[in-house]
Structures are given as structure tokens and as C-alpha cells.
Design a protein around this ligand. Structure first.
Ligand code: BG6
Length: 488
């Protein structure tokens, strides 16, 4: 069935940087079966051609080598622009007429994509309902909603209520671009298409898990937004908890939207509530030096740009195994890693060896960059008595598959078009995630526990974070990226 993809917030950054390049690449790969029309909706007064020309320039920049003028021309024939204001109900009626006109009586799947500022989500949903645009009759109607989905549990619940008055849950696609990353999807495959990991993927063999999303960039021009969000809302409520769920979940009964999401939600439901006392001991926060001078940031801001949180998952698989989640801006490098640290051997047979055994028995999933997997283990150094050394087995996506990994949005937009919600968050999932981070945000706002510590650009967060781990008998895995390429 042909589809029409309607973008609210069409003149914005997300549209030109991510959505159009992703749709264009899907067109290049001939993945858009049935044909696709794209309609941009925003207040700026563009003609169809003006919008097409502007997007040609930006797509050239963001699609890089994949850009071909003839292929673009073919794609751009199906790009249309309709000016309108999200807050004006009459503009939705005229959008509805315009869609009927370009679809010329064909039954088309319609995807409404909210790429606007979050304050427009609610009016957009209400007006889509009132204008009849959300009504599923001859063809599917779906809505895709960008993050942030609410700013706390209450606002997320409210947004879900507003959405559910207009759309059924099966029509709703809450996006988290981390789920579109190949390496995140590969986690499902690593865990559930192999049997060798499953027997040891639990409290009997795992000492702890570290999930790090470190960013080299600072807040840049997004200070206005970031200073209200901070690292917990910006990264933990969504991306880090998504990685936690996939690392910790049970195998679903089959690979499909509901079975997968049922298992994911169970993980969040099993996370032990963090009391204000636990916030002081089990969380850690920092702010990089220079943050207060960023555009849009309050001069006395107490917002954390680095955070670490220790979570306990109280179920049979993970009881007693801490999950350390950490993320920050302006850190030493860009890396997203999941480290499964297995327990030490019960007996140190090679006690005279000068090497520590702590550095082995570890599986590292390198989500980005230099995507791959590394297994760390001890080997005997030849001809050196019983001297041991940590060595590794590497799997690197690029050397194995010799092609660039697709952008997360390509996969997610295609799934939304095809009606597969497996890689999108369900209503209960986002609410459960807010239920975990809300008490931490609240305690961080109200007390000085833990203190907000400064760190320099290029550090792994405040230096004290290493001591925080040491006090628990553990060590952060501060390596990036673990898989080296010849060019690195
Ligand atoms: C976004 C956050 O959701 O994810 C940004 O708002 C962050 O602050 C970005 O930089 C990180 O995404 P990625 O794909 O670069 O790891």
C-alpha cells in the first residue's frame, strides 16, 4: 500500500538532518515498497519547489557520498509542502483536503511525524483527532512522537492520556533513536540467537554490568533545552534505560512488538525504587567546567552534565548484581559501551603472577563508534613461567560486513511505515522509565547529596567518580573505543 509521511516541524533541524536523508536513503535502496509521498507542514511559507531545493542542499550534506542528483530528483517529485500552524484547527482541515488531493483517491497509510518542540505535541494530537485525520478506516494511521516524551512521570502520563483519546496504542510509535542502532538490535541477536551466553548471563556468573554513554561534545547551542533537562532526562530516562532493558530482559516468546516490550517493561518494574537516602549513596553527579558559560544556561545552574547511577534489578536473574549506568557530555571521547563483568575465579591458582585477574572475564559490547564486541580473558605469556596477560577476541562489524552501518532513523522510519513497533517505546515503558528517574531528579534538585562535582573537558567525569567505584571494590572501564581500526 502506498504511504504518505506527514512531518510536523518540517522547517526544523531534525527534518533536514535526519528524517529526509533517511527517507532518501530508503528510496535509494528501493525499500519504500508501494511508493511514498512526504508532506512537510510548518508555518514557514515555502512553495513545494523551495522546500525541495532547500532539502536537496541539506541532504547533499548529510547523506554524503550516497547523494545522486538524478535519484534525488526522482525522490523529490514526491515531496510536498503545506504551510500551516499546529495551533490552528482550520489548518488541519486544509491539510486533510491537501492529502486527499495528492493521494487522488488511493487508500494510503498515513504516518504523522511530530518533529516539533514538545509543547506542540498535545495540540497536534488534539487537532489530528478533531479533523478526523487520525481516523483509521480504509488504511492505517500512525503517529510517531520524538523524545522527550514528557519531562516527568506526571507529564508523560498526561501526554499518554491525551494521545489515547485520539489514537489507540497500536497506532503510536514513541521513538528512541538508540533502538534504531544496528549494534543495539544486535544485542537481541547476541543474547537470543546464541546459546553460549545464556547460561552465564545471570547472577551466578556476572559480578556487575556497566553501561556507559560518553559524549565528547558539550551542550553547544542546546543550552536552553539542556539546562531544563540535564543528563538524567536527556540520556538516562530513554537511551540508558533502553540499553539496560535489552541487556537484562528475559527472552520474549517470539520477536514481535508486544512480546518484546512485555519483557522489557518487566525489567523496569523490577528495578528497586531509589529512596532519597539511596540517591546519596547510589548516584553520582558532575558538571563540566565551562558549562555555566554556554549559551542559554543559567549562570548559577545546578544541572548535572554527568551522572552515574547504580541500579538493582530485583528478580531471579539479577538479584545482587549492580548495574552501573553512566553518561556525560564533554568527556574524553565518544563511546557507548556495555560491559558485562564476570566474577573472578573462586581460587587464584596463579597467585605469583604479577598480573591482576580483574582485567579479564569481561564481555564488552561496543555500541558506537567502531561497532563490535570484545571478549577479554587471560592467557599464559609463552616462555615466562606462569605469567598471565589479558588478551581479547574481537568482532568488528566493519571488517566483517565491509559496509557502513545505516543511520538509526532509516530502520525506525521503515518500521513505522511497515507497522512494526518492536523498536518503539510503549506507553507503560516510558512511564516506568520516568518512575525510576523522577525520584533521583527530585532529590538532586532538593539536596546537595550527592554533591555536584566539577570536571574538566576530556575527563571521564569528576575524578571522584573513580573513587566512588573503588569504594565498592570495582573499577570503571575507561577505554575508548575498545576496538581499534588501522586509521585510529
Ligand atoms: C539525544 C540527546 O537524544 O542523544 C543528545 O538529546 C545526545 O544530547 C544524543 O547528544 C546522543 O545520540 P548519539 O546517537 O550521538 O549517541
Amino acid at each position: 500500500m502506498p504511504a504518505t509521511f506527514i512531518i510536523f516541524g518540517a522547517s526544523g533541524d531534525l527534518t533536514s538532518r535526519k528524517l529526509i536523508p533517511a527517507l532518501y536513503k530508503l528510496h535509494c535502496k528501493k525499500r519504500l515498497k508501494g511508493g511514498l509521498r512526504v508532506v512537510g507542514f510548518s508555518r514557514s511559507p515555502y512553495s513545494h519547489d523551495e522546500w525541495r531545493n532547500e532539502l536537496a542542499e541539506t541532504t547533499k550534506k548529510f547523506a554524503g557520498e550516497d547523494f545522486s542528483q538524478p535519484v534525488w530528483n526522482d525522490f523529490a517529485k514526491n515531496l510536498f509542502y503545506h504551510a500551516g500552524d499546529i495551533e490552528h484547527p482550520a489548518d488541519f482541515d486544509s491539510l486533510s483536503d491537501f492529502l486527499l488531493e495528492i493521494e487522488a483517491g488511493e487508500a494510503c497509510t498515513r504516518i504523522f511525524y511530530l518533529a516539533t518542540a514538545p509543547r506542540f505535541y498535545e495540540p497536534a494530537v488534539v487537532h489530528l483527532g478533531d479533523s478526523g485525520l487520525a481516523h483509521e478506516a480504509a488504511a492505517p494511521r500512525r503517529i510517531v512522537i520524538e523524545k522527550p516524551f514528557g519531562s516527568d512521570l506526571k507529564s508523560a502520563e498526561h501526554l499518554n492520556e491525551v494521545i489515547h483519546l485520539v489514537f489507540s496504542e497500536h497506532q503510536v510509535y514513541r521513538i528512541d533513536h538508540y533502538l534504531g542502532k544496528e549494534t543495539v538490535q544486535n544485542l537481541f541477536v547476541l543474547r537470543f540467537a546464541n546459546t553460549i551466553f545464556e547460561p552465564i548471563w545471570n547472577r551466578n556468573y556476572v559480578d556487575h554490568v556497566q553501561i556507559t554513554v560518553a559524549e565528547e561534545v558539550d551542550v553547544g547551542k542546546r543550552g536552553g533545552y539542556y539546562d531544563r533537562a540535564g543528563v538524567l532526562r536527556d540520556m538516562f530516562q530513554n537511551h540508558l534505560l533502553q540499553l539496560t532493558m535489552i541487556t537484562a530482559m528475559e527472552a520474549p516468546v517470539r520477536y514481535g512488538a508486544d512480546p518484546v516490550r512485555n519483557e522489557k517493561v518487566k525489567v523496569l518494574d523490577a528495578v528497586r525504587s531509589i529512596t532519597p537516602e539511596a540517591v546519596a549513596s547510589d548516584t553520582f553527579r558532575g558538571q563540566y567546567r565551562g558549562y555555566l558559560k554556554a549559551e542559554g544556561v543559567a549562570p548559577n545552574s545546578r544541572i548535572a552534565t554527568f551522572g552515574a547511577v547504580k541500579l538493582w534489578i530485583d528478580n531471579w536473574r539479577w538479584q545482587g548484581v549492580p548495574f552501573y549506568l553512566r553518561s556525560g557530555k564533554n568527556m574524553s571521547c565518544r563511546t557507548t559501551q556495555i560491559v558485562i563483568q564476570f566474577r573472578e575465579p573462586p581460587q587464584k591458582l596463579f597467585r605469583d603472577s604479577p598480573r591482576s585477574l580483574d582485567q579479564s572475564n569481561r564481555l564488552v559490547v561496543q555500541v558506537q563508534p567502531n561497532e563490535g564486541i570484545q571478549l577479554h580473558f587471560q592467557t599464559k605469556v609463552p616462555d615466562a613461567g606462569m605469567d598471565l596477560r589479558q588478551t581479547d577476541l574481537d568482532f568488528d562489524f566493519h571488517s566483517e560486513y565491509h559496509r557502513a552501518l545505516p543511520e538509526a532513523y532509516e530502520r525506525l522510519l521503515l518500521d513505522a511505515l511497515e507497522g512494526d513497533a518492536s523498536l518503539f517505546a510503549r506507553a507503560d515503558e516510558v512511564e516506568a522509565a520516568w518512575r525510576i528517574v523522577d525520584p533521583i531528579i527530585k532529590t538532586w534538585q532538593e539536596t546537595d547529596a550527592p554533591p555536584l562535582l566539577p570536571y574538566d573537558a576530556g575527563d571521564w567525569g569528576p575524578l571522584e567518580s573513580a573513587q566512588w567505584m573503588e569504594a565498592q571494590g570495582r573499577e570503571w572501564f575507561d577505554n575508548c573505543p575498545v576496538l581499534k581500526r588501522p586509521a585510529d
